[in-house]
Design a protein. Structure first.
Length: 371
């Protein structure tokens, strides 16, 4: 990935010469970069300015720092979080979520229905109840959603009749059914009953609906999924984010002052900045956060003898000795490569203008070493 970014940034620098083939190279680099991010084509920017759900923004800030690098790796279950807003219009206790953007290879780990509970309106007369039972049903037959045969109980909970804020219900199995058979997605039904089973008056407990309340309070479905994409556990020699000094530079003869001065001029293996700017790449219209990040890259020589500050592996130390002493023909010096890689997180709009939080492994060189 770092090699692709290096090429892309070189091709997008202002004032750079434009040799033949540059346009095709840039197109190829962008294509490879999309593959790294698991995206076939860049989603179009939302048709109208949209605010992402506050839940998704808060989750991003909990998981990652300002430039997207993961700071709390154990928060997410899986590597993808998808949010879907209710598609019904004016329905009070029925909800529908369109899940067409969920990839077939994504494993549904957890699915949550998020409903914003409104403050109860004042009612006259004595209050005979202090609690109610809220139930969430999967609609099996939308022509008879209120009949026992037309619904399936997913979750139920006791709530105080006083209070306001978000309520979350786990509905994982229903969503798994929907992703396996899209036609089975007939929506959800929410009911409110007293402890004795009687239906309560409409004003006892109310949830914000899609059409009647601020967008920040719209009913939302949140999926925690995993697409199976995992990065390499350890970088190997020749990793595209690293560099190898030419063989003739890495085998200095330590016999005279001139050779010593030449060695002093060689920069040792170390980490250098590598800025990835999503606006410069042309992705700022659909990526919410971050606006870019520092991928870093490794550059420098790995001269003999390798010091501890170069974080060499035992294999690199042996290779360095063999190279310096010319004990075997064709053995190069070790390479300067990332020896620790961090993940980053993107918060973005997908093709259907749903907000997605996705974590990508091995995107930032955390440190460099001679391998």
């Amino acid at each position: 990935m770092l090699g692709t970014v290096l090429l892309l940034l070189a091709l997008t620098q202002p004032g750079c010469p434009s040799p033949a083939g540059t346009a095709s190279q840039r197109a190829e680099a962008l294509k490879r970069l999309l593959e790294v991010f698991g995206i076939e084509d860049p989603p179009p920017p939302p048709a109208h300015p949209k605010q992402p759900p506050q839940y998704m923004v808060d989750l991003f800030n909990t998981v990652a720092n300002a430039d997207g690098v993961t700071k709390n790796p154990d928060v997410l279950e899986g590597n993808t979080v998808r949010s879907f807003l209710d598609k019904t219009h004016g329905e009070k206790m029925r909800f529908l979520f369109v899940l067409s953007s969920v990839a077939k290879n994504e494993k549904i780990l957890t699915a949550e229905l998020h409903l914003f509970r409104l403050w109860p309106r004042a009612t006259h007369g004595p209050k005979r109840h202090h609690f109610c039972q809220v139930s969430v049903y999967q609609i099996l037959d939308k022509t008879e959603p209120d009949s026992p045969e037309g619904q399936k109980l997913l979750a139920t909970r006791l709530l105080s009749l006083q209070g306001s804020g978000w309520e979350v219900f786990a509905i994982t199995q229903a969503v798994r059914d929907w992703t396996e058979d899209e036609s089975s997605n007939q929506g959800l039904l929410v009911t409110v009953h007293g402890l004795g089973g009687s239906m309560l008056e409409d004003l006892a407990v109310q949830f914000a609906s899609s059409g009647d309340h601020h967008e920040s309070k719209r009913p939302m479905l949140v999926l925690f999924t995993d697409d199976g994409r995992r990065g390499a556990s350890l970088p190997m020699a020749g990793f595209p984010g690293g560099s190898c000094a030419p063989a003739q530079l890495s085998v200095p003869k330590l016999t005279g002052p001139r050779s010593t001065r030449s060695l002093d001029r060689l920069q040792p293996c170390q980490r250098h900045p590598l800025s990835v700017d999503f606006e410069e790449i042309g992705w700022s219209g659909w990526i919410i956060s971050p606006r870019g990040y520092n991928a870093y890259h490794c550059k420098g020589s790995c001269p003999f003898p390798l010091g501890e500050n170069m974080r060499p592996t035992n294999h690199a130390t042996v290779q360095s000795i063999i190279n310096a002493l010319k004990l075997s023909e064709g053995v190069s010096s070790p390479c300067c490569v990332p020896d620790k890689l961090y993940s980053i997180n993107l918060l973005y709009f997908d093709d259907d203008e749903n907000v997605v939080l996705k974590q990508y492994d091995d995107m930032v060189a955390g440190s460099c070493g001679c391998h």
